[in-house]
Design a protein around this ligand. Structure first.
Ligand code: DGI
Ligand code: FE
Ligand code: FE
Length: 190
């Protein structure tokens, strides 16, 4: 499938705002890929498609996940915001014929992060945090962190997310904690 074919599918599936977010994340992912030595084409595709399920009805997300044979954990069942990443990874593989496992995994873990992330996974996670359409308080600091170094930026992004989830009374996914703890243990060793 061509990039334009993917874009047409996304335009049908996403609100205009979410579609523009996807384009912005794709551009930021390419910038980071070039800066940090990942494949810019893979980064573009991962960024473009990462939220493909974000505006789908909950039933469709759950059906997609179920058809793929994935059993949700209790935390996942009770956190609908996590579903679009899981369902999105299924959708790009099954419906969009994305066979590149690296791209599929980047989409799969773009919301929670996880332990042992690849370079492309980190790039998508951070591009989603710092794309040009983002305007949360602190985004400028996060953009500076991303340009100062990927590892430092991952630490800041994960800390920001965990604090935010805890303060707003949400469950924190074990993959998020896994990503955070791995960085902290590496720091303690160094
Ligand atoms: O899809 P986007 O809005 O572009 O960004 P995203 O995929 O990073 O989703 C962010 C949302 O996901 C935000 O509302 C917080 C939520 N989230 C991220 N990590 C966790 C989480 N929610 C729970 N319950 N637990 C997590 O670990
Ligand atoms: Fe997302
Ligand atoms: Fe996103």
């Amino acid at each position: 499938m061509t990039i334009n074919a993917y874009k047409r599918i996304l335009m049908e599936r996403l609100t205009e705002k979410r579609y523009l977010h996807s384009l912005a994340v794709a551009d930021e992912a390419v910038r980071l890929a070039k800066k940090y030595g990942a494949d810019p084409d893979k980064a573009y595709l991962a960024g473009l498609l990462h939220d493909c399920m974000k505006d789908a009805p909950k039933e469709e997300m759950l059906q997609t996940i179920e058809r793929f044979g994935i059993i949700l954990t209790d935390i996942e069942k009770s956190s609908p915001k996590l579903w679009h990443a899981i369902a999105g990874a299924c959708f790009v593989r099954r419906q969009l014929d994305i066979e590149d496992g690296e791209i599929v995994r980047a989409i799969r873990y773009h919301t929670t992060a996880r332990k042992d992330m690849s370079l492309l996974e980190k790039i998508l996670y951070l591009a989603d945090f710092t794309s040009s359409d983002r305007d949360y308080p602190g985004v400028e600091d996060m953009r500076k962190a991303v340009d100062a170094g990927l590892e430092r930026a991952m630490t800041e992004a994960l800390t920001f997310t965990i604090v935010d989830l805890a303060q707003s009374g949400h469950a924190i996914h074990p993959d998020t904690i896994g990503a955070y703890n791995q960085i902290m243990l590496q720091k303690a060793e160094a």
